[in-house]
Design a protein around this ligand. Structure first.
Ligand SMILES: C[S@@+](CC[C@H](N)C(=O)[O-])C[C@H]1O[C@@H](n2cnc3c(N)ncnc32)[C@H](O)[C@@H]1O
Length: 202
């Protein structure tokens, strides 16, 4: 068999403990500045970051005054977020475990998707769409950064807009025009672009 095996046993916690994390950006994702300027990310909003890892966006959103929730399966990443928040004197909710099986007490205004969907095995994508739909209020926004990658296998697994339009069907999501997606090249990961755009939950 020449197929690339699905790396279901991908050990995220080992990757964090070994500092083997090529998906991490050196600073905030540039989309954060764009979405802040556009008023999408604003104090008082609630935001969920699934698979937050050690992304600095969680602490940034908390310091901005958003009610931020970060969820991750890796205890090392969650411990790192807890330390960062404490050092900054910021508050956020941290959930340790399988975020696809988790539901919040109350739905949120925003979900911030950054290299989580591309990290999970594609067979879990439907569960992801159901979870994001449940996490959001009607009219809530999915701030999506869809990783573009032609090669098969992963992680990261490519999230073409064609595949995303099937995953997030128009009966459940209001889509922007394709030309309203902004490409943000990743500084590592071979410069692969992530397409930034906003889907509205019906
Ligand atoms: C590629 S990393 C991205 C981390 C972060 N979003 C960033 O951009 O730096 C994928 C993250 O998803 C987490 N993860 C994978 N499967 C998960 C699951 N089922 N539930 C919660 N977190 C998960 C991993 O531990 C890891 O932190």
């Amino acid at each position: 068999m020449n197929e690339t095996p699905e790396r279901t046993a991908f050990d995220w916690d080992t990757r964090f403990r070994d500092d083997d994390t090529p998906w991490e950006r050196p600073d905030l994702h540039p989309a954060v500045a764009d979405w802040t300027q556009a008023g999408e990310l604003a104090a008082g909003c609630s935001v969920i970051i699934p698979g937050c890892g050690r992304a600095p966006e969680l602490g940034h959103f908390a310091r901005m005054g958003l009610a931020a929730t970060g969820a991750d399966i890796s205890p090392t990443a969650i411990a790192w977020q807890r330390t960062q928040l404490a050092e900054a004197g910021a508050t956020a909710t941290l959930i340790e475990g399988d975020v696809l099986a988790w539901r919040p007490e109350a739905p949120a205004d925003l979900v911030y998707e950054q290299t989580f969907l591309c990290a999970i095995p594609p067979r879990l994508r439907e569960a992801y769409e159901h979870a994001v739909f449940d996490w959001l209020k009607p009219g809530g926004h999915l701030l999506a950064l869809f990783m573009q990658k032609e090669e098969k296998g992963g992680p990261p697994y490519g999230c073409s807009l064609e595949a995303m339009r099937i995953l997030f069907p128009a009966e459940r999501w209001i889509w922007p025009d394709d030309n309203r997606f902004i490409p943000y090249p990743h500084p590592s990961l071979g410069g692969k672009p992530e397409l930034g755009g906003i889907l509205v939950r019906r």
